[in-house]
Design a protein around this ligand. Structure first.
Ligand code: SAH
Length: 423
């Protein structure tokens, strides 16, 4: 029982919904990741669409919002380019009681409510080959090394995480995370993996003895290979470092970026601000269609990636600035870099800070594209724009099949009465 709502658990089914289907994953129901697998894909899309409509009506108070039919993901399975597996000395026992002396070691995904347990994954339908085979081989080699799997309660145990990333150019990157520097052990393991998976283009490792799993603040050591991935979109090539952000569903992201760019009907003259630019993917993607792009982002290393990717693609009209957007997006910045004609904003789930909304409103760009992974905060934020802006397009995208998540693009135009020079 929470303050404003209660949560319940189904205890008995009298009749199943006609929409219910048999989940295709053997791990369904244990791990929290793909909860909607018991609904067929068409129905998943229906309910995602509904989520957007309801957020716009109830939270944004938009009456009869006109929302385009959601764009299905080009791939329903194996759509992810990144997975992180966790080694644990306490795997979840699925067949309770049937194993007499169960081996408790596992390599898989965290259970939602039990931070120290993992579901030992045997087949995941999220990332293409050779992701499953690499995980299985790594588990086998870790077991035969005789060293311990991580114990999250005690912060002991040698093997911690295994990250697998891949790209649409065929690059595969594997990062092994261990607890202490025993090179004789992990080097032997990596050498064996390298022999088994010649298609992997980067082998890396991290020594992480902290309590938390994050490796973003750790040194990532290149063991063999090139040390980055290359992802292509249209005529651009993006270089992605081991901890750099890139949208996980590349094909669907490209669809969304294209629709964003094309719906903005850019004429080549604009000054465009890309807020929450991350590694500058959108900024670089639209740079060829405008006069100048200014990308804002608070993670320094992401800004470095953004600058590198402009340089590698011969793009000379981008500027990237690091810092909290609530502080960097100011009239002083506009005076230096130019006042925005167009703003693209793609904030995290929490949406935009009120200060950011007010700065955008006072700059009065002609067009705004608001991309969001959370229609609820997006609808809340959009309500602030409704006096000055007219919504031209609401287009949901399914980036994450079999999950409850939905991505949503909104395009808005400045209403004529608010244009500079009116009255
Ligand atoms: N537009 C990017 C990704 C956006 S993800 C793409 O399509 O690839 C959201 C980004 O916002 C993250 O990179 C995060 O670091 C950044 N961010 C979150 N809060 C921020 C803030 N207050 N100021 C600046 N950047 C922020």
């Amino acid at each position: 029982k929470k303050k404003n709502f209660m949560e319940g658990m189904a205890v008995k089914f009298h009749e199943y919904s006609s929409k219910r289907v048999e989940p295709f994953c053997e791990h369904y129901g244990l791990w929290g990741g793909c909860r909607w697998q018991n609904m067929n894909y068409g129905d998943q899309l229906f309910y995602k669409q509904k989520q957007v409509t309801e957020a716009f009506e109830r939270i944004g108070k938009f009456q009869f919002p006109s929302i385009q039919p959601i764009k299905a993901s080009p791939q329903e399975r194996f759509y992810r380019n990144k997975l992180e597996y966790t080694f644990s000395n306490r795997r979840w026992l699925e067949n309770t009681g049937t194993e007499e002396f169960p081996d408790m070691r596992g390599l898989g995904f965290h259970l939602p409510a039990l931070y120290d347990r993992v579901v030992d994954i045997r087949k995941c339908h999220l990332q293409p080959d050779p992701s499953n085979a690499i995980r299985d081989k790594a588990r086998e080699l870790a077991v035969s090394s005789g060293l311990d799997f991580y114990d999250a309660r005690k912060n002991t145990g040698f093997f911690r995480n295994l990250l697998v990333r891949n790209s649409n150019t065929g690059d595969v990157m594997v990062i092994l995370v261990v607890n202490e520097n025993r090179e004789e052990v992990f080097a032997g393991m990596l050498d064996e993996l390298i022999l088994s998976f010649p298609e992997v283009s980067s082998w890396m490792y991290v020594i992480n003895s902290k309590v938390n799993d994050s490796i973003a603040d750790q040194e990532i050591i290149l063991y063999k290979g090139k040390g980055y991935l290359e992802e292509t979109m249209e005529n651009l090539t993006f270089r992605i470092g081991p901890v750099s952000f890139f949208q996980v569903n590349t094909l669907q992201s490209l669809e969304m970026y294209r629709m964003t760019r094309d719906s903005l009907q850019l004429n080549g003259e604009e000054i465009l601000y890309d807020l929450y630019t991350g590694t500058g993917t959108i900024a670089n993607f639209v740079a060829g269609k405008v006069n100048k792009v200014v990308g804002l982002e608070n993670i320094e290393s992401a800004v470095e990636d953004a600058i590198l990717n402009s340089r590698l693609n011969g793009i000379g009209n981008t500027r990237f600035i690091s810092g909290d957007i609530a502080r960097t997006l100011t009239p002083e910045l506009f005076d230096i870099e130019g006042w925005p004609d167009v703003v693209i904003t793609d904030p995290p789930r929490a949406g935009m800070h009120e200060k950011v909304i007010n700065q955008i409103l006072s700059a009065s760009p002609r067009k705004i594209a608001y991309i969001s992974c959370n229609p609820a905060t997006q609808a809340r934020d959009l309500a602030f724009f409704s006096d000055k802006y007219k919504i031209e397009l609401v287009q949901p995208f399914d980036m994450f099949p079999h999950t409850q998540h939905v991505e949503n693009l909104v395009i808005m135009n400045l209403k004529p009465a608010n244009s500079p020079g009116a009255n």
